[in-house]
Design a binder for this molecule. Structure first.
Ligand code: AMP
Length: 394
């Protein structure tokens, strides 16, 4: 059988990110983005090898964008597209793994919308359009939350009245599961260990950031909770704050829930602390030039990350390694170094030269000799989604 091709789709409210994954090739054979959907400026960008192209698709909605995209994907796949894998943010407790999409699973995903009101309806737009356009193709949903369904109850329950969990689903779900699982597997492979018999701490640091403790191939704890706001400092998200902040701001400033939500999700994190940017590259440059906000934002980011990793270590009985991934985790030697300064009690120590020389896009070991492993592993959520889709095809 020739190597199969899977189209991976990640739908936002006005955008569709996509990648064509061939199971035998490291690089995506096609990747791109349809953006500003539903507006006169709607446009489809794609890249095949070194060649980049764009097509104006003025006014196109998700379905119209997909109908432009599919012939391109079919052409690049030589007419051999075997399935579509959709990223879905929230699978609640209904989806401990990927699932084949049909009317029953779609209905279950629709019901989860209250848990992820910004993300799941947008993911569904793409799924429903793709299923109407390509009914003959197998379509699979891969959930950000699924990997964390193995958290023990003492890790996923909040100390709230029982009814909140039983009747309203208020518990910790965790996100970025596809990335945590992918890099955990890669790390085990790189070290000649079995994923199902090794233990890892993972820091996924992109625009969204989370940590995870993986034991014997299972997620045992993670820093995000009911929503992706809990936990670490992120690009524009605050991470943990005192839960009384909502009532405090409502009482003292008369703020509405929407105002507080907007501040905590879009105006906080690195952006809010620095007063400058949510982009770590910009902050590192500004810090070099003595910008106090950028300096503080990086300090808080790293300290909170270290605290979270130390907390995650409670879920493990041994440690085979600490993994950094995501745009910041893979590329910022400064963040890795500053974070490790706070983790000496865990016996972790960087080889500073290896940390600074770490080549872009390649997995590397950066720990000092005689100390526990510290690895930089490039994440590849699209590939993991394609692998999960292929597993269900089989
Ligand atoms: P992601 O969401 O995984 O694409 O990660 C985005 C984040 O990675 C942004 O904060 C970027 O500033 C950060 N990033 C990307 N490249 C670098 C780099 N070379 N140094 C520091 N941060 C980087």
């Amino acid at each position: 059988m020739s190597a199969r091709n899977i189209l991976v789709i990640n739908c936002g409210s006005s955008s569709i990110k996509f990648a064509l994954v061939n199971e035998a090739q490291e690089e995506f054979t096609l990747s791109g983005l349809a953006e500003r959907l539903g507006s006169p400026e709607a446009v489809l960008h794609w890249q095949q090898g070194e060649q980049r192209d764009s097509q104006v698709i003025a006014g196109a909605n998700h379905r119209q964008a997909l109908s432009h995209l599919l012939p391109i994907a079919q052409r690049v796949a030589g007419g051999q597209l075997h399935g579509i894998g959709h990223r879905v943010v929230h699978g609640g407790e209904d989806f401990p793994g990927a699932c084949r999409l049909d009317e029953v699973s779609l209905q279950a995903i629709r019901k989860l919308a209250p848990l992820a009101p910004l993300h799941n309806p947008a993911n569904l737009l793409g799924i429903e359009a793709a299923m109407k356009l390509f009914p003959q193709l197998v379509q699979v949903a891969v959930f950000d939350t699924a990997f964390h369904q193995t958290l023990p109850e003492h890790a996923y329950r909040y100390a709230l009245p029982e009814v909140m969990y039983r009747e309203h689903g208020v518990r910790r779900y965790g996100f970025h599961g596809t990335s945590h699982r992918y890099v955990g597997q890669q790390a085990a492979h790189l070290c000649g260990l079995s994923f199902s018999a090794s233990s890892w701490l993972v820091a996924h640091l992109g625009n969204g950031c989370s940590t995870c403790a993986i034991e014997n191939g299972l997620s045992r704890d993670t820093s995000m909770g009911l929503t992706p706001l809990e936990g670490l400092v992120m690009g524009t998200r605050s991470g943990d704050v005192d839960p009384n902040l909502y009532s405090h701001l409502a009482r003292t400033l008369g703020w509405s829930l929407e105002q507080i939500d907007a501040m905590l999700n879009r105006e906080s994190g690195l952006f809010g602390l620095s007063g400058l940017s949510n982009d770590m590259r910009t902050l590192e440059q500004a810090r070099e030039q003595g910008h106090p906000g950028a300096t503080l934002a990086i300090e808080v980011f790293c300290y909170r990350l270290a605290k979270s990793l130390a907390a995650m270590s409670c879920a493990l009985r041994q440690l085979d390694g600490l993994i950094f991934t995501g745009g910041i985790g893979e590329n910022s030697a400064l963040v890795r170094s500053k974070t490790l300064e706070h983790l000496t009690l865990l016996g972790l120590k960087l080889d500073e030269q290896a940390n600074c020389r770490c080549p872009r896009g390649v997995a590397s070991a950066i720990h000092a000799e005689g100390h526990p492993r510290i690895l930089v592993i490039p994440t590849n959520e699209e590939r993991q989604i394609a692998l999960d889709t292929l597993a269900l095809l089989d």
